[in-house]
Design a protein around this ligand. Structure first.
Ligand code: GLU
Length: 553
């Protein structure tokens, strides 16, 4: 077989040589040990936690080492592509402040190693494919879907491995004249790799997460180019990551199974493979057992979920780092205020078996992160979220920013800041009672053992005592005085010593006030709340509560 003639027959339009292409992709001049990483999502419109997980690892590895982090769009599968898919990808990474040094942008390419969208690279893959054909390392296969299905059926009957290999690789040795006749008849073909692998032999390989592993060699004649001349993932990965100078490929462990193919292709091309970092699956607890996060069952797999719920970027990133590196949490304890980028990220501390995603843990991390922000930061981020996801609330927040900031300042700044908010969507239920439009009285939340008549007296007499200029101590002294006047215990020690001597204590009195003013049993410090609400609102609410309980005469 004249392999050059075959190559020419299959790729008459390809005139470039691999050398010419290689010359356009010079090896990068970077400091020693600088890493070049990439994130290579497909524009399916669905961005998931795994994308972010990988991207944070990529970004850290590159930027920590003075290297390059770039974006490549893997759009070889047109069926899965959706309009706006690239925009979705770019938005997510912009939101998470993962800055690319190179890659696809909406305006075009940024960088010297493009094009960064795979479909625009068709000629490059075809040039490399033609070169493989010239060396007898690839060949056309004209099998139809039906023929491939028949092969599968036979393999199933015989309980043999599925695929195109050995005696099942029926077009592997098709004579040139026959290929020519098929081409002239306009028959579509895929280009297959001519594997010399033998599964009885083993390939050894070291992954930076999984350690040293062994696999049987690949004996499948995998497809390199589909019938439209667009490459499969396998071939595109090898060509692109080599040309673009990727030093570390971070990707999901679902690609481990096909790694022997990739290594074999690198060898066939005469290129050194990159280092691989296969990240473990994200798992979650489902009852007693662990399982993979699933697109169908788990809304939290989608990055949209975090945006809609109003998780702040810093918290999600912080939590993902706890999943990515097992020593991150200890580092955070020792460096509570250090910026996240000063943590030394390493592949050595990545989980081998599977990272357990736990939304409660994320919420804790998030509460912590938000509790360290000042009121202005919270106000800004909350408003940004509300503007997009809760316009009515946004209108209230922006009507009087000082009022909103005062609410958000409660319990902030001290040694033990309040941790009420895990997400921005928690803010409305937390602070709604500050707004008359959202305040909903709850007249059955009063302590049950406080008789109705006492309740009325508390409300009535407090309204007289109340002075909005009182500081915290004066405020509390008045509540205690009212407590004593009712025969309730203002001193908790006295009360605990002899509870039967009292109907209730100072806690009950302030609870009555709290329920009247806030409509709930739990609220931030009541003096703070009243100071922010202001005289008019406090009195109006006390009066409303009184009326609601008025005993009919
Ligand atoms: N397009 C592939 C995916 O989305 C990329 C895998 C890789 O990073 O190599 O799974």
């Amino acid at each position: 077989m004249d392999d050059h003639a075959l190559a020419q027959l299959l790729f008459p339009d390809i005139t470039a040589t691999p050398e010419e292409i290689l010359a356009q992709y010079p090896r990068r001049q970077l400091p020693e040990n600088a890493k070049v990483t990439r994130i290579a999502p497909s524009p399916t419109g669905f961005m998931h936690l795994g994308n972010l997980f990988g991207a944070i690892a990529d970004e850290r590895l590159a930027h920590q080492s003075g290297g390059i982090f770039y974006l490549r769009i893997e759009d070889t599968d047109q069926k899965r592509e959706v309009a706006g898919g690239v925009q979705t990808i770019l938005n997510v990474f912009r939101d998470y402040q993962l800055d690319f040094d190179e890659g696809a942008t909406l305006e075009g390419d940024n960088g010297a190693y493009g094009p960064y969208r795979q479909r625009q690279r068709a000629k490059i893959y075809q040039t490399m494919a033609k070169w493989l054909v010239q060396q007898g390392k690839a060949y056309p296969c004209f099998c139809t879907e039906q023929e491939l299905a028949a092969i599968r059926e036979r393999q199933a009957e015989r309980k043999e491995n599925f695929g195109y290999y050995g005696s099942y690789a029926v077009h592997r040795n098709m004579p040139y004249e026959q290929v020519k006749a098929c081409i002239e008849a306009g028959m579509p073909f895929v280009l297959r790799f001519r594997s010399e692998g033998d599964p009885a032999r083993r390939v050894k390989f070291t992954d930076l997460v999984k350690g040293t592993m062994e696999f049987p060699e690949n004996d499948q004649d995998v497809v390199l180019l589909k019938s439209d001349g667009i490459p499969t993932y396998h071939f595109a990965h090898v060509v692109d990551d080599y040309l673009m100078g990727t030093t570390h490929v971070v990707r999901g462990e679902e690609w481990l199974a096909t790694l022997p193919i990739h290594l074999q292709l690198f060898q066939a091309m005469g290129w050194k493979p990159p280092k691989y970092v296969h990240t473990a699956q994200l798992m979650k607890m489902d009852g007693e057992s662990k399982r993979k996060l699933s697109k169908r069952k788990d809304p939290e797999l989608s990055l949209d979920f975090y945006k809609q719920q109003g998780y702040c970027i810093a918290a999600v990133k912080e939590y993902i780092l706890t999943l990515l590196n097992s020593n991150f949490e200890d580092w955070r304890l020792a460096n509570p205020d250090a910026p996240i980028d000063s943590f030394s990220f390493t592949t050595k501390k990545m989980s081998v078996s599977g990272s357990l995603f736990d939304i409660d843990k994320l919420n804790d991390v998030s509460k912590n992160v938000i509790s360290k922000m000042n009121a202005q930061q919270v106000y800004t981020l909350l408003s940004e979220w509300a503007q997009q996801f809760d316009v009515d609330f946004y209108a209230l927040l922006s009507r009087d920013p000082d009022y909103a900031r005062a609410i958000l300042a409660i319990g902030r700044g001290g040694k033990k800041p309040r941790k009420d908010l895990a997400t921005w969507s928690d803010a409305k239920p937390y602070m709604n009672f500050f707004y008359d439009e959202l305040f909903s009285p709850c007249d059955d939340a009063y302590p049950e053992h406080v008789p109705a008549a006492d309740r009325q007296r508390i409300l009535q007499e407090y309204a007289v005592l109340y002075d909005p200029t009182d500081d915290n101590n004066q405020w509390f002294d008045k509540v205690k005085a009212l407590t004593d006047s009712l025969g309730y215990a203002s001193n908790m020690k006295d009360y605990k010593k002899n509870p039967d001597a009292y109907v209730g204590n100072v806690g009950d009195v302030s609870m009555v006030l709290r329920v009247a003013v806030t409509g709930r049993q739990n609220s931030p410090d009541l003096h703070d709340v009243m100071s922010i609400l202001g005289k008019e609102r406090v009195l109006a609410r006390l009066e409303r509560a009184l009326r609601a309980h008025a005993v009919p005469t």
